[in-house]
Design a protein. Sequence first.
Lengths: 152, 152
Amino acid sequence: MAPQTPTSQNQPALGECACMNLRKTARLIAQFYDQRLQPGGLRNTQFTLLVVLDHLSPVSIKNLADHMGMDRTTLTRNLRLLERDNYITAQPGKDARVRMISATGKARVAIKETQPYWQKAQGEFLQKFGEERWTEMREDLTEISRIVTSQD
Amino acid sequence: MAPQTPTSQNQPALGECACMNLRKTARLIAQFYDQRLQPGGLRNTQFTLLVVLDHLSPVSIKNLADHMGMDRTTLTRNLRLLERDNYITAQPGKDARVRMISATGKARVAIKETQPYWQKAQGEFLQKFGEERWTEMREDLTEISRIVTSQD
DNA sequence: TGACATAAGATGTATATACACCTAAAAAGA
DNA sequence: TCTTTTTAGGTGTATATACATCTTATGTCA
């Protein structure tokens, strides 16, 4: 009889784990984009936040967090850095609990300067992966986001 | 003439951004799994690391980092926590620069205890998303990982 | 062999992420 | 109205992530 290996038997088929696979690819693509965005001076997280903010301004933290699939408290910490660097400003909302966040002119300048590098990274990715394939995959990602956030 | 909105024109089509879409879905699915793994006492990152380690033990940090799509220094910090809690041990390799990492018995116990919760989360996801669809999507994710890590 | 390049790992620093918990304000009900 | 619940946001704490840089060990090659 063959000796047992010291590792566990009947292990979870982690190779199929949705969490592991998505997180791994997300790490790698974040590194890919960050490398290419570097000359523009913004990391992918902040670039994304500023572009979204520029579209939604003024917007509450709650709404922005939902839009980004981020915990509210994560967004609070991320926004603090953007506020420190004068990329955003906050005004009180009609509802006194709410801070309405807006992108500043400095943010729009930074977006404009970083945008070509993003375009290049995105183009490089689309050229290699296929635009149509990516369009389909985006639908899959949206479906997954819907599934894991649905209350049932 | 319609007044210009204060936001920038000709903005990047961020809705198609591969980085943003993958990171957003990765955040959401990590929350989904972490909620369901909670009774088992391990978060998704550590559960994943331990299962992989249990398969690859003993393994160098470099090899494990490549396998996980993680920066070596990220893995060093993650492993430190696992070592603190006696889930892993390290032995010097033949190459004196290398630390060979192994999962402990405590790790295998923790894996066994968490595994049912992972199975439930994975089953819930597969049931809603579709097993076949997920199999195809895993190929897409693998292809993306390959694309963004290829040297050209 | 000795000089140089490369590789493995750790550390300093900074950002990213989210849970538990707290405060204040608004909404809902009695 | 007044009590209760819900909601928006912030804080304390802990983990997750990675770049720049350092140290040490290995590999390369003249």
